[in-house]
Design a protein around this ligand. Sequence first.
Ligand SMILES: NC(=O)N[C@@H](CC(=O)O)C(=O)O
Ligand SMILES: [Zn+2]
Ligand SMILES: [Zn+2]
Length: 346
Amino acid sequence: MTQTLTIRRPDDWHLHLRDGAVLRAVLPETARHFGRAIIMPNLVPPVVTATDAEGYRDRIMAALPDGADFRPLMTLYLTEDTDPADVAAASESGLISAVKLYPAGATTNSASGVRDFDKVQGVLEKMAEIGLPLCVHGEVTDAEIDIFDREAVFIDRILDPLRTRVPELKVVMEHITTSNGVDYAKSQPEGSIGATITTHHLIIDRNHILVGGIKPHYYCLPVAKRAAHRDALIKAATSGDPRFFLGTDSAPHTDPNKESACGCAGIFTATNTMSCLAAVFEQAGAMDRLEGFASLNGPAFYGLPANDATITLTKGDAVSYPDKIDTEDGPITVFDPGFPLHWRVS
Ligand SMILES: NC(=O)N[C@@H](CC(=O)O)C(=O)O
Ligand SMILES: [Zn+2]
Ligand SMILES: [Zn+2]
């Protein structure tokens, strides 16, 4: 008996598309299965103003394959100089769907991020007033904090005080990797907080990166933690709790930039995400909750309708995906879940 599952067309609430040749190569991978995606603004230079976002949106639209049913949801990169009026106008016109906070130095292309939160208080208050969500890369950057503890320490030292300072601000904890992240999201009122979970953090733990030789294609930030944390993420994602939704954080870097003495952080999952998620949800006995996680909870948090279109997943013989996507800048390795995938999007 063939098994099938039809769900609303999913959205990706955290996606890196880059620009130029990489954008042209990776965008079709997402547009094939996803209706919308929150587009991360960490280009070089970053997408800081409404004018930047408009230009980037136009370049994305120009790179879309003909007939694609995909809409990019743009974001602005929060800096200490961000103008509250520019943000408000960009939100009002429908150009942007969120603002992204990177603590300065936390991750790929985050040098222009925030150091002094007093300097962004005015923007955050304006966002709270107009209901515009703040997407947060939640890691402290202090050299003395162990890299495996940076998310938990961020929650205590930065996120919780921030929520006290601007209680009405809608916050998305991006790519949570710990049970601390799960617990904090669950402790906050529904509708005021969301937490995205990536495909890869539902599958790998830190052993995948380090055991049997160093595996650069499993390195991302926040770095994967112990298996017990991965299990807490699986439990949250498959629980049906509306606070948790899919943000793949698919983050392409070319192979030479990954397979290097100082390799870039980021895992590229756009190509096989839905097959990987189906495997995770099936394993957890929660196929009936995949639609909530991938297609319903995210739009509800962002105040958008779910997509009208649907996709159908079918279980059968192992599905093969390319190991790499070719780009004019070099190959980009596709995430290897480490087990055969049997669910395909038909
Ligand atoms: N996740 C990553 O490891 N990398 C992201 C940045 C980010 O989301 O932190 C990237 O832009 O490459
Ligand atoms: Zn991040
Ligand atoms: Zn990211």
